[in-house]
Design a protein around this ligand. Structure first.
Ligand code: NAP
Length: 295
């Protein structure tokens, strides 16, 4: 009998380790009796998160500028048996945020989970980005997170709770073409750690999820509006596929849930390796290959 090969070839590429996990994994009922407030909860990632929290037992307040964007979530709540409150609110307006938080507490009797998801973004080289374009993005994506966190924190301080902010990997790496969003998200990550430390004694956990490019209509329209651009973004993702809003939502739900009771001030990246350095050689050592197919 021959001895086992001490240095076997690496296992062939195995899709089960990198394909989207088919079943959601958070335990049923882990948000039972809780109320979640999701900014931008009617579209994209916000819709996926709001849906998941509702399915797991939460009542959900969905707050954004256009209540027409909440129709799909309302329909899902009716079909799947969770309460949805649709609120017109602009995160840039602290008064409107305060009213929205108050309306949620009045409707559902409390507040437990905040998801700071609302943002705006577009691609523009910094030299042609007007100051008002920079201000428009940072006002939503950074100031908005403060407005919501502050208004919610003044309620959560009585009971404790969990806040999850949505960042992006370029907060840490930078990314040419999105200086406004990168600067805002870097601020959000700093705010995450600062508020986590400041509010830990109040029983409020504050964490962030930093997703790479995932499929959402908003991102597709603004960030990769043509097939050519979509292919270019895809080629930058080492694991060879876009994320899905649903798999990111599951991680957001985890950090908001009691399962993450000892996690605060964390920023968890989920990006298919998008923020990793570009390799000089690939695993075979002879050529650069940025992505592999999951097929
Ligand atoms: P999306 O579908 O475009 O959703 C953005 C949401 O924000 C909308 O529901 C919008 O609703 C709301 N919103 C925008 N401005 C607002 C304001 N002033 N006040 C209140 N709500 C406002 O975006 P997404 O692609 O799902 O992105 C969700 C989050 O993930 C964002 O924080 C984004 O930066 C982050 N992210 C996305 C990607 C990606 O590849 N998609 C990658 C990294 C990070 P209204 O229009 O009704 O206001």
């Amino acid at each position: 009998m021959s001895a086992p090969d001490p240095d076997p070839d690496p296992a062939p590429y195995a899709a089960p380790y990198t394909a989207p996990y088919p079943a959601p994994w958070l335990p049923a009922g882990c948000f039972a009796g809780q109320t979640a407030f999701v900014t931008g909860g009617g579209t994209g990632l916000g819709l996926a998160v709001a849906t998941r929290l509702g399915e797991l037992g939460a009542s959900v307040a969905c707050a954004s500028r256009s209540v027409e964007h909440h129709e799909e979530l309302i329909a899902r709540g009716e079909a799947r048996g969770f309460g949805v409150q649709s609120i017109a609110m602009d995160v840039r307006d602290a008064g409107s945020v305060k009213d929205a938080v108050r309306a949620t507490v009045e409707r559902f009797g409390g507040l437990d989970v905040i998801i700071n998801n609302a943002a705006g973004n577009f691609v523009r080289p910094s030299l042609s980005l007007a100051p008002k374009g920079f201000a428009a993005v940072t006002d939503i994506a950074l100031n908005g997170v403060f407005n919501v966190s502050r208004a919610a924190g003044r309620v959560l301080r009585k009971t404790g709770g969990a806040i999850v902010n949505i960042s992006a990997p370029y907060a840490a790496t930078g990314k040419p073409g999105v200086v406004h969003s990168a600067a805002a998200k870097a601020g959000v990550e700093s705010m995450t750690r600062t508020l986590a430390a400041e509010w830990a004694s109040l029983g409020i956990r504050v964490n962030a999820v930093s997703p790479g490019p995932f499929e959402s209509r908003g991102a597709a329209d603004r960030l990769w509006p043509s097939e050519e651009l979509e292919r270019a973004v895809l080629s930058q993702i080492p694991l060879g596929r876009f994320g899905s809003a649903e798999e990111v939502a599951e991680l957001v739900g985890f950090l908001a849930s009691p399962l993450a009771a000892w996690i605060t001030g964390a920023v968890w990246t989920m990006d298919g390796g998008w923020s990793l350095p570009t390799p000089l050689v690939d695993a075979d050592g002879d050529k650069v290959r940025r992505r592999r197919s999951v097929d």
